[in-house]
Design a protein around this ligand. Structure first.
Ligand SMILES: [Zn+2]
Length: 192
């Protein structure tokens, strides 16, 4: 057993990340609150862009987080979208997001537009569907959805169905399937 220095509760060791003084619940709550602030959004967007470009073997963003932050905060649209997102009680679809103007070019401050998750998601789903059609003979991987306790929830024939039913991004799902213990949309995921 170990005592969380934040909530003071005594919990089992597996309720803590290694060397963390705060329990996973406190860490996740803090992360969630931070992720809702403008500063937190920029940080998470930047992290996402970096990991996406690594995963796809693309050129990483040609700017730093320190450069992205003032750029984004200077865009009136970002503040409008953030306000709407807060007013919607943090509806995932309304969350501010950054999208490339030209997908063939790397992330650059001159190649980005501010949008919402919904629009970004639609674009990504369309791209996925097109890719699957293009690769005729390509066999999509079946995906299994598990509760955080490891109980079976559902099996999907491919990413497309899993994404459509769960409002999650393919990039997140794909990482989750490989890691097996990553919370995406409140569930664990694995390949069948
Ligand atoms: Zn705690």
């Amino acid at each position: 057993m170990k005592r969380c220095t934040n909530c003071k509760a005594e919990k089992s060791v597996d309720s803590f990340n290694i060397q963390s003084l705060h329990c996973k619940l406190c860490v996740n709550t803090k992360r969630k609150i931070y992720g809702r602030t403008k500063k937190g959004i920029v940080t998470n967007i930047y992290k996402g862009q970096k990991s996406t470009s690594i995963k796809r073997g693309h050129v990483p963003p040609n700017y730093t987080l320190k450069e992205l932050r003032p750029w984004l905060l200077a865009q009136p649209k970002f503040h409008v979208l953030h306000e709407k997102w807060v007013a919607s009680n943090y509806d995932i679809w309304k969350k501010p997001s950054l999208d490339r103007l030209n997908d063939d070019l790397p992330y650059g401050l001159d190649n980005m537009t501010i949008t919402t998750w919904r629009i970004n998601f639609r674009k990504q789903t369309l791209r996925t569907t097109k890719l699957i059609k293009k690769n005729a003979g390509y066999k999509p991987k079946e995906i299994i959805q598990l509760t955080m306790d490891g109980c079976y929830v559902a099996k999907y024939p491919s990413y497309v169905e899993a994404i459509a039913c769960n409002k999650v991004f393919q990039s997140h799902l794909s990482i989750a399937c490989r890691l097996g213990n990553k919370n995406v949309g409140g569930y664990y995921w694995m390949y069948a």
